[in-house]
Write a protein that binds this ligand. Structure first.
Ligand code: UD1
Length: 338
């Protein structure tokens, strides 16, 4: 049984990926420092799959601990999620973002290299395309200057990995996620934002639950069908499965280049109003919202061309916006019961 390390494995995307890896017969070792996750997620994963993944509470900034981990655990591949991800915060705390997202990546790659671990999947983002000019965005679309330290950390991260693959025994895939949402169908794991949510879907679910008074819709004067910005919302379970397929691609030596990049989205764009309407319909609820000014840094549209992921990676999304918004609400309701 192949052993996969999942850093940030108790986080939102990480935990869903652990489930899919275990379902496919991989043995999973989770590294997480619990800085933006909860140890209870381990029980959620275990109750879905019936297998408790090994858990290591390690902060990847602790170089010695990372070295010790790789020395003591013989593993076959690494999926690296652990990182900070709040776009706004990254503008005010750039050094935190470069330390958490770049320094830790370097330590992981160094120890992989020392211990001859050659398979690596990187959690990247559509944010690497910056304020894109053409839609849908393909993997060949230009990488424009990042708008913030978070986006820059993903661009730099990809470059570091690509440089390493040129000279060391490392095979890597960067998955560029569009907007991950939803939760596992069992409703045993989901998104757990700390504090006031910055992203649309958790704000919507918390508004529906009465935790937030009303949702602010950031602008309705964009050049879109209803004036609100368009995003490509991808169900987290579909996204998680892309990691399993990518890891198998590495193990089966199917790569066409030592470093590959894939867009992971649906190819379907939804506006903020589309999201609100769909959420209301599938859950039979009403959302209080008001339109306010645009949020600084928001772009009109982000939409993935997923044909390369479909044909070359052999992955395609199966779940819909409706599925995602239904599971997001069921998960939110469960938080209230607790
Ligand atoms: C951002 C980042 C992305 C990152 C993701 C998760 C960019 C371009 N994208 O995505 O890289 O992975 O966050 O952290 O930096 N909205 C509202 N009201 C709200 C919240 C959001 O109207 O209270 C709107 C936004 O204007 C946007 C859409 O909802 O049009 C989605 O916003 P959000 O969920 O924050 O994701 P992005 O900004 O697309």
């Amino acid at each position: 049984m192949q052993k996969i390390v999942v850093t940030g494995g108790l986080g939102f995307i990480g935990s869903h990926t652990v489930v899919e890896l275990q379902n496919e017969g991989f043995e999973v070792l989770i590294i997480d420092n619990l800085s933006n996750s909860n140890i209870g997620v381990l029980d959620g994963i275990t109750s879905i799959t019936g297998k408790k993944p090994a858990f290591f509470k390690i902060d990847l900034k602790d170089k010695q601990k990372v070295a010790q981990f790789f020395k003591e655990n013989k593993v076959d591949g690494v999926i690296h999620f652990a990182a900070s991800k709040a776009v706004g915060e990254s503008v005010h705390e750039p050094l935190k973002y470069y330390e958490n997202n770049i320094a830790t990546l370097i330590y992981v790659l160094q120890e992989m290299n020392k211990n001859k671990v050659t398979n690596f999947i990187f959690s990247s983002s559509c944010t690497v395309y910056g304020d894109a000019d053409e839609f849908p965005i393909t993997e060949k679309s230009p990488i424009k200057k990042a708008e913030n330290a978070y986006g820059n950390s993903k661009q730099i991260g990809e470059e570091i990995i690509a440089d390493v693959t040129k000279v060391k025994n490392l095979n890597a895939i960067a998955l560029r996620y569009f907007n991950p949402i939803g939760g596992h169908k069992s409703i045993k794991i989901g998104e757990l934002p700390l504090g006031v949510p910055q992203n649309l879907i958790p704000y919507v679910t918390q508004t529906a639950a009465g935790i937030r008074k009303e949702l602010s819709v950031f602008g309705n004067d964009y050049e879109t069908h209803d004036g609100t910005p368009i995003r490509d919302y991808i169900h987290v379970t579909d996204l998680a499965k892309a990691h399993v397929i990518a890891m198998k691609r590495l193990f089966e030596d199917k790569q066409k280049a030592k470093m590959e990049y894939f867009n992971i989205g649906t190819g379907v764009g939804s506006s903020v109003f589309d999201v609100i309407k769909t959420f209301e319909k599938v859950n039979d609820l009403k959302i209080n919202y008001k339109v306010v000014d645009r949020r600084e840094g928001d772009v009109t549209a982000y939409l993935a061309d997923v044909s390369f992921a479909n044909t070359e990676l052999g992955w395609r999304s199966e779940l819909t916006l409706k599925d995602a918004l239904r599971s997001a609400w069921l998960w939110q309701e469960k938080q209230e019961i607790k």
